[in-house]
Design a protein around this ligand. Structure first.
Ligand code: ZN
Ligand code: ZN
Ligand code: ZN
Length: 469
């Protein structure tokens, strides 16, 4: 039989670390902290204290200090939205996104429920074509079946008779990489934010023209709010899903004028997106590019409250939330961090198409005319500089407000603390981040338990619903 020390030697580093951790007298308190972070994979370690006093009397209502905590630290969530970085935090973020989008569609979180009667659309804007790519085909249809398609100047056949399923690595790859317009693709990404801005500006202009008013007159009666997410398609081009809502001039509390219906707004979205065109600055080597939205513009009205036609608003909120947890890393791209040298990717395991896009970012990023686009700093996102989720101010609540609400509920079990009558003094310092190998195993266990109880709760709810029907 092995003695204790010999057995420890046979264990992995993580196991040894975990055993040591579990023997610590403060282990249960540490585990409670990890549980409070939902099993966050890369928690932030803080040291410090916070004191809450009654604003009138100065009496201390609450004092918390990390001095008595394990390692004199408090662990807090990393709050990363990407599932590949931290699965538990990304789930929480997706939940917040769902509530943020949903509140803008159905009310709640300080948005009046009347917004469900305002014109609301689900809009998808795409990038234009930068060259033919292999595509996913349903029902045994062929990819690009063209008889007499001929060959490009590089000798490649410009048709494809194959049927690709969605897992086929060829999907999204150009038929000819030498013909594919890589500069146009990365420049389009670099201008995507401006293309969106031009689109939303156009919305007012086109609506004004359609209803026979001036733009200024129109702005006095309506306000258009939105929340949008960016997603990388298989061809590694971003497209945008957005929820667009039309309110009266004062935002969600203000009913929209009766002369704007969801149908009118749908037509206006199409014409406003179709009319956008921007130009890149002239460069002697590249010339200049005209940038537009792709011809596939989708705009659909959400189902009116109690109605049968149109998309269900809850489904749209869930659909949008799903995209927010997908970073560039989980999609066609596979790059997690900014790139510091083009050689980083020359030998990588990236698909050749993505590698070519990264290298194009690097090359164009060196041109003085294009410097403001910061293409090298954003080579890992293929030139796209936007956030994954952006929303206009009046759309609904914020992530900050949702977090505060959650923290308030947790503190005393039910109600958010009324902040008007108390004064809080906090003094916090960053003391590190992450887990040791053993701690990471415990955290993963906590995260797994949380997922399992959520699944069980969902199942119970589904059963209950079924029983009621
Ligand atoms: Zn985390
Ligand atoms: Zn093909
Ligand atoms: Zn070619």
């Amino acid at each position: 039989m092995l003695d204790h020390a010999a057995r420890l030697r046979q264990l992995s580093e993580a196991d040894r670390d975990a055993i040591q951790l579990a023997q610590d007298p403060q282990f249960s308190r540490w585990l409670a902290q990890v549980t409070a972070t939902g099993g966050c994979a890369h928690p932030i370690h803080l040291t410090g204290s916070t004191t809450t006093r009654d604003a009138g009397t100065g009496e201390i209502l609450h004092h918390y200090d990390t001095r008595n905590e394990p390692g004199e630290r408090l662990l807090v969530r990393c709050r990363n939205r990407r599932a590949t970085v931290c699965a538990p935090c990304s789930r929480l973020h997706a939940g917040d996104t769902f509530h943020l989008i949903r509140a803008g569609l159905l009310g709640g979180k300080n948005v009046p429920t009347d917004v469900r009667d305002h014109p609301r659309l689900f809009v998808t804007l795409t990038a234009p074509s930068f060259g033919p790519v292999h595509r996913f085909t349903a029902d045994d249809k062929r990819c690009r079946p063209r008889r007499n398609a001929g060959r490009c100047e590089h000798g490649r056949v410009l048709s494809c008779a194959a049927a690709h399923d969605s897992a086929d690595p060829l999907v999204g790859q150009p038929l000819c990489r030498d013909c594919y317009d890589y500069p146009a693709h990365v420049l389009w990404h670099a201008y995507a934010g401006r293309l969106w801005k031009a689109f939303t500006d156009n919305l007012y202009n086109h609506l004004a023209a359609r209803v026979g008013r001036t733009r200024t007159g129109l702005r006095r009666t309506v306000r258009i709010s939105y929340a949008k997410v960016a997603e990388y398609q298989k061809r590694a081009a971003v497209h945008v899903h957005a929820v667009v809502r039309l309110d009266g001039a004062n935002g969600p509390t203000d009913p929209p004028p009766s002369w704007v219906s969801a149908e009118v707004l749908t037509a206006v979205v199409r014409s406003a997106a179709g009319a956008v065109h921007l130009r890149t600055p002239y460069n002697w080597a590249l010339g200049e590019y005209e940038l537009r939205w792709g011809v596939e513009i989708d705009a659909r009205a959400l189902r009116a409250f109690g109605g049968r036609e149109g998309l269900a608003d809850d489904a749209v909120a869930a659909y949008v939330a799903k995209y927010v947890t997908k970073g560039a890393a989980d999609t066609a791209i596979g790059l997690d961090h900014p790139i510091t040298a083009p050689d980083d990717v020359a030998t990588g395991r990236l698909p050749a198409h993505v590698r070519a896009l990264v290298q194009t970012c690097w090359r164009l990023g060196g041109l003085p005319e294009l410097e403001p686009l910061r293409l090298r700093a954003w080579a890992h996102t293929l030139g796209y500089r936007g956030h994954i989720l952006t929303k206009s101010r009046a759309y609904s609540t914020t992530y900050g407000a949702l977090r505060e609400e959650r923290a308030g509920y947790r503190r005393d079990g039910s109600q958010p603390i009324d902040n008007t009558a108390v004064v809080t003094n906090s003094n916090w310092r960053y003391a590190g981040s992450g887990h040791t190998p053993g701690a990471a195993e415990f955290a993963a266990g906590v995260a797994e338990d949380a997922t399992r109880s959520r699944d069980l709760a969902r199942e119970a709810m589904a059963n209950e619903r079924e029983a009621r029907v």
